[in-house]
Design a protein around this ligand. Structure first.
Ligand SMILES: [Mg+2]
Length: 473
């Protein structure tokens, strides 16, 4: 196992519900339940305000309604969640070529393979910056766990929730795990948990004390061995990218344009070295070296050179980058430089994937935000669907969302992500002025451009701003 906490686990906070609260100002700070609204529907995600009332994911919707009768009940908008997930995953892939998504809102990242972290301080900094970037780009909060293994990184992000960051220092894992319930460990679901409890094993420490032979006797060979290793904090599972990285690159933006040609050259060498570290960390090599230069006037140039064969040799990549720089006019100054390698050789990567293929441990606890098939549960009136929570546009009143519908009426709240909480109006379901609309972006392009570097203490966008009143229709 590695000796620095450079495996990161990101888990967006109450993802679907947070997206809905961000897009609907009147729901901020309120109990929101997203899920299938039909008779067999289950909760996909509950906002933290709904969780306080006992609602949780995978709970039957009827039970949720009894616990939280005044919550807003919304049909999932997977297209929107996927679009925001793509933004988040892109931020993760900027950190490392080794990103392993577990769901739309959860992923492991190997920071060491990306060359962005090598010890606790650099890992913590990467985590703090990531959280700030996620907030700036999506307006949402995510929690980050950092540890020396996947299991512990996931436990850390769970402890960090909501809106936090937790680092588990290598060396402290066993003491930290000891008093935790057995359900904390991956692969221990309700059934295994009950089985262990009947044998008097309720904490991780109990597992260690029972010993490997007893675990194997109780749970069978594979599960017993695996669980005993996890209890000792032994977890060597690598972070494995779902799909092959097409390129590995690094870039830096400078606060002040660089004019000195010598300094530009040194920066390119430094970026080449960083790119090589990232390449090697992922066990990759590549044939094509790419240089990116953004000049003082924002014109951006890329130059590339393809070698005879793949390389991860820092000398070769540095020389290629220097040759490419020779062909670029930098008088007037540069504001961004980048070095990348593409045309990646796949033989090393194939080995990496083959080795990891059988290593996945299913996590029964990872039920949050699981998918469902709600399509057939959406109410249909006069041939048109008005699912609760979906966006609409009215010819006179503008953009809004369906707060409820029934008995030939549809109630719409007119508000947008950037507006104040809006007013509610009721229409006939066949009103010709009303039509379904696409979701609006949660953060307008450029809205966060001026934001200073990475403030951990920034105020939440999901603050309660108004009293929620139930649908009047
Ligand atoms: Mg989540």
């Amino acid at each position: 196992m590695r000796t620095a906490p450079t495996i990161l686990h990101l888990d967006m906070d109450a993802f679907f519900a947070s997206v809905e609260q961000a897009s609907k100002p009147s729901l901020r700070g309120k109990a929101v339940v997203v899920g299938g609204l039909g008779p067999r529907g289950v909760v996909a995600t509950a906002s933290y305000e709904a969780r306080v009332l006992g609602v949780h994911s995978a709970m039957p919707m009827g039970q949720a309604r009894r616990l939280a009768p005044n919550a807003a009940y919304l049909v999932p908008r997977f297209g929107l969640y996927k679009a925001i997930s793509d933004q988040v995953m892109e931020l993760l892939r900027a950190l490392s070529p080794l990103v392993e998504p577990l769901s739309l809102d959860e992923a492991f990242v190997d920071l060491e393979a990306g060359g962005v972290a090598w010890d606790e301080a650099s890992a913590r900094l990467a985590g703090v910056r990531l959280r700030a970037d996620i907030r700036a780009v999506t307006g949402l909060t995510g929690s980050v766990g950092l540890a020396a293994s996947k299991m512990l990184a996931k436990i850390a992000s769970e402890q960090a929730k909501p809106d936090g960051l937790v680092v588990i220092q290598p060396g402290t894992e066993r003491a930290m795990l000891a008093p935790m319930p057995v359900r904390t460990l991956p692969g221990v679901g309700p059934a295994t948990g009950d089985h262990l409890r009947r044998a008097g094993i309720t904490t991780v420490e109990d597992i260690v004390e029972a010993g490997e032979d007893e675990l194997v006797r109780l749970l069978g060979k594979a599960h017993g061995h695996g669980l005993y290793a996890m209890a000792l904090a032994r977890d060597d599972r690598p972070v494995t990218a779902e799909r092959e990285a097409k390129s590995v690159s690094v870039e830096d933006t400078y606060d002040v344009d660089i004019h000195d040609r010598l300094r530009v050259g040194l920066e390119v060498q430094r970026l080449a070295d960083r790119c090589v570290r990232r390449l090697r960390g992922a066990g990759l090599s590549g044939r094509t070296i790419v240089l990116k230069v953004r000049r003082f006037d924002f014109s951006t140039l890329t130059r590339s050179e393809t070698l005879r064969g793949p390389t991860d040799d820092p000398g070769v990549i540095r020389e290629a980058a220097a040759r490419l720089l020779d062909s670029v006019d930098t008088t007037g100054g540069v504001r961004l430089l980048g070095v990348g390698v593409t045309g990646l050789a796949d033989y090393t990567q194939e080995d990496l994937f083959a080795q990891a293929a059988g290593a996945r441990v299913s996590t029964e606890r990872a039920v949050e935000e699981h998918a469902m098939a709600p399509a057939e549960e959406q109410p249909v009136f006069a041939g048109r669907r008005w699912p609760a929570g979906h966006d609409v546009r009215h010819a006179e009143f503008g953009h809004g969302w369906v707060q409820g519908s029934g008995l030939g009426r549809v109630t719409v709240r007119f508000e947008t992500p950037g507006s104040e909480p809006g007013r509610v109006r009721t229409f006939r379901t066949d009103d010709p002025d009303l039509e379904p609309a696409d979701p609006l972006p949660l953060v307008l392009p450029g809205q966060d451009k001026g934001r200073g570097p990475k403030d951990e203490t920034g105020a939440s966008r999901l603050r309660p701003v108004a009293q929620y009143t139930d649908a009047d229709g």
